[in-house]
Design a protein around this ligand. Structure first.
Ligand code: NAP
Length: 247
């Protein structure tokens, strides 16, 4: 990784995004830590990065809205510099069986998990084309690869990311910009912490590695895909799932 690259990680106040932000900063990136509600957690992430000698700043913004994403990118560019690495990580779940799923549960999940990727990626792409360099990473899920009962909304959003990122990868491949997807399996964060114990046990039985993943497992993949060394890898989907979905 070339030192001093500017990275924006959406949803970096907690969980996987937090891990990615700290790991990118550890490789010398200047990191914009985006959050929506958890301002003090985002400041804590910046504090950890600074205490390790890195550079970070927190930016509150709702990336599920076009205005929120656009103003986030504008603020980061003004305060830190042109964004060279974008990690589209922010996400939510609103699980329900399809027959009970409310329109708001569908809309909120599609907006936060899929439209946000469109908004943020569109907001950075012109600058990356001008710079002839860019790394776009989107955090999908194994649910987007194989589906998951109770997650029709979430799986649709996460599968949508695949089609979108592969299309963007084709549009900008000749401009020094890569676009790739990470599909985590079961990672221990607040998102999975709320699941019932029997669902956690059932998930574990499906993981050949015999353990849940950690945010650091996902962060290692993100650091690689963001690196200069990954220049010839684009339009790919990298599952970080302990073997859960191997074919
Ligand atoms: P998490 O612990 O619940 O953290 C979610 C993060 O997203 C928080 O930082 C939250 O910020 C942020 N966020 C949510 N809505 C936002 C919005 N509208 N604008 C800006 N930020 C927003 O979740 P996680 O487990 O780390 O998940 C991170 C990503 O990985 C998600 O896309 C998720 O779907 C995906 N994933 C997770 C797993 C897993 O097993 N955990 C598996 C596969 C994929 P605030 O707290 O500030 O609101």
């Amino acid at each position: 990784m070339s030192a001093g690259r500017v990275a924006l990680v959406t949803g970096a106040s907690r969980g996987i995004g937090r891990g990615i932000a700290i790991a990118l900063a550890g490789k010398g990136c200047k990191v914009a830590v985006n959050y929506q509600k958890s301002a003090s957690a985002a400041e804590d992430v910046c504090g950890i990065i600074r205490s390790n000698g890195g550079t970070a700043a927190a930016f509150g913004a709702d990336v599920s809205s076009a205005e929120g994403a656009a103003s986030l990118v504008e603020s980061v560019t003004r305060e830190i510099g042109a964004i060279e690495i974008l990690v589209n990580n922010a996400g939510i779940t609103r699980d329900n069986l399809l027959m009970r799923m409310k329109g708001s549960e569908w809309d909120d999940v599609l907006r936060t998990n899929l439209s946000s990727v469109y908004y943020c990626t569109q907001a950075v792409i012109r600058g990356m084309i001008k710079a002839k360099f860019g790394r776009i990473i989107a955090v999908s899920s194994v649910s987007g690869l194989v589906g998951n009962a109770g997650q029709a909304n979430y799986s649709a959003a996460k599968a949508g990311i695949l089609g979108m990122i592969k299309s963007v990868a084709r549009e900008v491949a000749s401009r020094g910009i890569t676009a790739n997807v990470i599909a985590p399996g079961y990672i221990e964060t607040d998102m999975t912490g709320i699941l019932p114990e029997d669902a956690k046990r059932a998930a574990l039985s499906q993981i050949p590695a015999g353990r849940y993943g950690s945010p650091d497992d996902v962060a290692s993949a993100a650091v690689f895909l963001a690196s200069d060394e990954a220049a010839y890898i684009t339009g790919q989907v990298l599952a970080v799932d302990g073997g859960m979905t191997m074919m």
